[in-house]
Design a protein around this ligand. Structure first.
Ligand code: MLT
Length: 259
């Protein structure tokens, strides 16, 4: 299904019924990365999975996909579905978007799951790297981004099947969408100060072998969020939900069941 926001077609799926759970995917993947979780959660929850603009089956934007623009898309989707409150689950870029959602619409967040993400903004060096990646996407296409990203996203333990799934998702992204999102991430705010104001139940999940958002980064966020808990998924890289789906889904389910 699709909604239109700001001339962009946003593709999404809604499955199951019960407490609404909104799953926000990582860069440069798509909602398809949540399949292992969606297939389990949909038995007990209303699971909403968008393809963020420029990714999966959503259309490509013009300009920069700031985290604010992504939040505007999500607000349009929630209005369309007539939902006031959701459990927000964001992995990596999905987590950056979750922070911005929380900043702007705190009353709409019933509970929060922050997976393989960070509250800190980019350094100047990281911003320069983002711009280089945006230009690479625009000039050489999604395959070159897949070549660059795969080994950063996955641990050496990732199976060939998971590697192929992740490559396929990256290849489905529009190069303009990749460039727009990577430039948007470079502009994201520092959310460090937001952490101590979080009052909703919060679960953090990280991958033991994640070099992008390592366990120490996840631990620092847990220390800053009152009453939160942290699960580190053994042997997993930056996409623990795909590399160790059972461990990830079990942690998520346990958290949801306590709400
Ligand atoms: C992601 O997985 O969403 C990205 O690696 C996040 C980032 O590049 O900061």
């Amino acid at each position: 299904m699709y909604i239109e926001n700001d001339t962009i077609q946003i593709h999404y799926t809604v499955r199951g019924s019960g407490l609404p759970v909104l799953l926000l995917h990582a860069f440069p993947l798509s909602g398809a990365m949540w399949e292992p979780q969606r297939s389990v959660l949909e038995a007990s929850y209303r699971v909403i999975v968008p393809d963020l603009r420029g990714f999966g089956q959503s259309s490509a934007p013009v300009g920069i996909s700031t985290m604010d623009v992504m939040v505007d898309d999500l607000q349009a989707l929630l209005r369309h579905l007539d939902l006031d409150k959701v459990v927000l689950v964001g992995l990596s870029m999905g987590g950056y978007i979750a922070f911005q959602f929380l900043r702007r619409y705190p009353r709409q967040v019933q509970a929060l799951v922050l997976a393989a993400t960070r509250a800190t903004p980019d350094t100047d060096e990281a911003r320069a790297g983002r711009e280089a990646m945006a230009v690479l996407a625009e000039t050489a296409g999604a395959a070159s981004i897949a070549d660059q990203m795969l080994s950063r996203l996955l641990s050496p333990n990732a199976t060939a099947v998971v590697q192929a799934q992740v490559r396929d998702m990256i290849m489905a992204a529009d190069p303009a969408g990749i460039a727009a999102a990577v430039r948007g991430m470079a502009l994201r705010y520092d959310s460090t100060d937001l952490l101590s104001s979080i009052r909703v139940p919060t679960l953090l999940i990280g991958g033991e072998q994640d070099a992008l958002t390592p366990p120490a980064t996840m631990q620092a966020m847990q220390n800053a969020i009152d009453g939160s808990s942290l699960t580190i998924v053994p042997g997993a890289g930056h996409l623990p939900n795909l590399e160790q789906p059972e461990v990830f889904t079990t942690a998520l389910l346990k958290f949801l069941q306590r709400l």
